[in-house]
Design a protein around this ligand. Structure first.
Ligand code: GLV
Length: 311
């Protein structure tokens, strides 16, 4: 039985994963794609953005583990072998990192930090009244592991927080709306909208003109989920017409973002290179090795996703 690390074009990172996994269990036979050893021996794959159809080559494959919190890059493959478990990463350090990124962005929005950066370069002294936590409601779309951590931290800091999830869940500790019916009320309350939902056929393009129009005046959008959630032209139109006051984007349909893309130079868009919550192999390797052993001994795997639901 072997484990195949599949990270097209990222050999250095794949080697780092292999080192961390071997440190925890030197007995695991590890291959780095495209070298796969004997294909029939591959029973587990650790993957980030594989080439579609790749996994059909391994007839004894039992589990595909995503290297990240998202699994859309696996489930979008129309030629995924049937009956293979798909797992994702659930990690407190990734949640902490996401909390820090969103808190930083919300505070930058409140304090208009990016305006001050521009004014400093022009040597302009222009004090502004800050937006304050008691006057600002942050709406978190997606109350999974990451979303709930972000929501609770912002609440602790004195912000009003509302959440939105696809289906009703028991006893959320923030005010939560759910389903299509709840979306309108959720949006109407959200001065800052944080997108943290999984990418599924249902949520692709959800950040569009119709949604922006339902936000309060002066709203700000933070996308830390996937680029495909956003209709890019609708965002530009909403910013240029004053429907939105700004946006902070960490994810894009095409990464790296094309040098000619209008987001780079838009005065009300902050671009970061998909760094809101990076997987750290040293921290995450233990759960991959744990699942490898669970698989070998026929025990239930940790952090499996439902491929039909998409997360
Ligand atoms: C990053 O985007 C992840 O899915 O962890």
């Amino acid at each position: 039985m072997t484990l195949l690390i599949v990270m097209p074009d990222k050999t250095k990172q794949a080697e780092s994963w292999a080192r961390h996994l071997r440190k925890l269990d030197p007995e695991i036979g590890i291959h780095i794609w495209p070298e796969a050893g004997t294909p029939e021996e591959v029973e587990m794959a650790l993957s980030w953005r594989h080439r579609p159809g790749e996994f059909l080559k391994y007839e004894n494959l039992k589990c595909i583990a995503s290297m990240g919190a998202g699994v859309d890059h696996i489930l979008c493959d129309p030629n995924l072998p049937p009956n293979v478990a798909v797992t994702r990463v659930v990690d407190p350090s990734m949640a902490q990192s996401m909390v820090e990124y969103v808190v930083m962005t919300v505070l930058n929005h409140c304090r208009q930090t990016h305006e001050y950066y521009r004014e400093q370069r022009r040597k302009e002294w222009k004090p502004k009244i800050p937006r304050t936590a008691d006057n600002l409601c942050v709406g978190i779309m997606g109350l999974g592991h990451l979303g709930m951590n972000v929501a609770l931290r912002l609440k602790q800091m004195g912000f009003s927080v509302v959440g939105w999830r696809r289906t009703e869940a028991a006893a959320d500790s923030v005010t939560t709306f759910h389903g299509r019916e709840g979306l309108r009320s959720f949006l109407a309350a959200s001065n800052v909208l944080v997108c943290l939902i999984p990418l599924t056929p249902e949520t692709r393009g959800i950040l569009n003109r119709e949604l922006f129009d339902q936000l309060p005046a002066d709203a700000f959008v933070i996308n830390v989920a996937r680029g495909e959630h956003l209709v890019e032209d609708d965002l530009l139109a909403a910013l240029d017409s004053g429907v939105l006051s700004g946006a902070c984007l960490d994810v894009f349909c095409r990464e790296p973002l094309d040098p000619g893309h209008p987001f780079w130079s838009h005065p009300r868009i902050v671009v970061t290179p998909h760094i809101s919550s990076l997987t750290q192999p040293a921290r995450v390797a233990p759960q991959i090795v744990e699942n490898y052993h669970r698989m070998k001994t026929g025990r239930p795997l940790l952090h499996t996703v439902d491929p039909d639901r998409g997360y």
